[in-house]
Write a protein that binds this ligand. Structure first.
Ligand code: UGA
Length: 435
């Protein structure tokens, strides 16, 4: 199928490349010329495992092109809207500027029978509003939320765990469903579960999923807070409750909490939208979820200050990790970067290291000291703080690291290290929610 993907960020660039990889004829469009130049050269503007390979092969096959001109979307049967919906400055609500601009700029290039398929995460009610804008062109609108995880984005797009189509009632919806079935023919042939529903449900599915994941993480982090005062171990607690199939162990990783371009802003946008709809009380708990999450960052900072135990401005602290999670270079709302910046704000001499996120971190916080050399990072440290569980940090040898630092003190902000092994090597080990 001929399709356009409007917006070539973390979502759109992966979607465009994956669709071309699946055999579709794709044009990726973005207003950012620098981004388009990189994509044309086969270089993703961000780190995502597996993306360079499919980007290169799809571009070479001629099935994937990139443009800064929205007019190049003309003639495509499907137009995916994959632009960002960040948090609005000074508000909890989502900023729909980019979605609105994408749809409005597309209108003159739509033909009757085209499908506009929204993938961006939007407040419930957006699709119905946009459908009314699209209707006069004779095109149809559907909402097709995306559930990909950064770090696994290619895999999640090519083999999704479910597909959701929000469609209009009647023939229009049937048309949209049949077009999307063609788009996702490969996944559907592999029996991927499909939910065909109305606009509002599809929009809510997406935010409900992220709200649930955020709640699960904050739940275990709340247990960590209790464990800290009760002398219990939250990691064993998580294992034990996780064996209950109804609960499950995934997303019960207690630590410095969640970040990134999705979970934090999505729960905030959800509360803002619920308030607009007069149902703020239904999701008021998400404000607590947010607060618990942010408290964990402070907890890591406090533990570090306490571990240093003297004038912090005389201490060197190594921060292991800057991205919001491993296998990503994304530092949006990153707990790791936040901890580094807070420690710096206290006067600590912070050296931060990350396998992929240094450039993005430096753009936001040029004041920090960055290195990509682990020995450099650890040498002379008075405390080491692990905040993103990259494999190279999880696999650190406590003896090797111990020979480099000044004081063998580690704060494991992801509860990912073997506490006994680190203690045996003479380290003072501090986990979160652990004795
Ligand atoms: C999240 C969702 O998982 C995706 O399904 C969704 O499509 C995406 O948002 C989106 O809306 O686009 P992502 O932001 O890539 O994906 O990251 P997650 O893997 O969900 O992790 C989010 C944060 O939670 C990370 O900071 C991670 O370190 C943290 N986390 C995760 C924990 O603190 N504990 C855990 O047990 C799991």
């Amino acid at each position: 199928m001929k399709m356009s993907v409007i917006g070539c960020g973390y979502l759109g660039a992966v979607h465009a490349s994956a669709m071309a990889e699946l055999g579709h004829d794709v044009i990726g469009i973005d207003v950012d010329a620098a981004k388009i130049d990189l994509l044309r050269a086969g270089r993703p503007p961000f780190y995502e495992p597996g993306l360079p390979e499919i980007l290169t092969s799809a571009t070479a096959s001629g099935r994937l092109r990139f443009s800064t001109e929205i007019a190049d979307a003309a003639g495509c049967a499907v137009h995916f809207i994959a632009v960002g919906t960040p948090q609005k400055p000074g508000s909890y609500a989502a900023d729909l500027r980019f979605v609105d601009a994408a749809v409005e700029s597309l209108l003159p290039h739509l033909s009757p029978g085209d499908l506009v398929a929204g993938k961006s995460t939007v407040p419930v009610g957006t699709a119905a509003r946009l459908a009314a804008l699209v209707a006069p062109t004779g095109a149809t609108l559907a909402w097709n939320p995306e559930f990909l995880r950064e770090g696994f984005a290619v895999e999640d797009t090519i083999t999704p765990d479910r597909l959701v189509y929000g469609v209009a009632p009647g023939e229009e919806g049937e048309h949209a469903t049949s077009v999307l079935n063609d788009v996702y023919a490969t996944a559907l042939a592999a029996d991927t579960p499909l939910v065909v529903t109305d606009f509002a449900t599809a929009e809510l599915v997406k935010v409900a999923a992220n709200a649930f994941l955020a709640t699960k993480i904050s739940f275990i982090n709340a247990m960590a807070e209790i464990a800290e005062v009760a002398g219990a171990d939250v990691t064993q607690l998580a294992d034990a409750i996780g064996y209950d199939g109804r609960i499950g162990r995934r997303f019960l990783g207690a630590g410095v909490g969640f970040g990134g371009g999705c979970l934090p802003k999505d729960i905030r946008a959800f509360t803002a939208r619920a308030e607009e709809l007069g149902r703020g009380e239904s999701v008021v708990f998400l404000k607590e979820v947010d607060k618990i999450n942010l408290r964990r960052r402070q907890r890591v900072v406090d533990l570090t200050v306490r571990a240093i135990g003297r004038e912090v401005w005389k201490a060197k602290v190594t921060v292991l990790g800057l991205s919001f999670k491993p296998h990503s270079d994304d530092v949006r709302d990153s707990p790791a970067l936040d901890v580094a910046v807070q420690l710096y704000g206290l006067g600590v001499n912070v050296t931060a290291i990350d396998p992929q996120a240094i450039d993005n971190a430096r753009l936001r916080h040029p004041q920090l000291t960055y290195t990509s050399d682990l020995e450099d990072a650890l040498r002379g440290a008075d405390a080491v703080v692990l905040v993103t569980e990259w494999p190279e940090f999880r696999g650190l040898d406590p003896e090797w690291a111990g020979a480099l630092v000044r004081t063998r003190t580690i704060i494991d902000g992801r509860n990912t290290l073997d506490a006994a092994a680190w203690r045996a090597a003479g380290w003072t080990y501090n986990g979160l929610g652990r004795p």
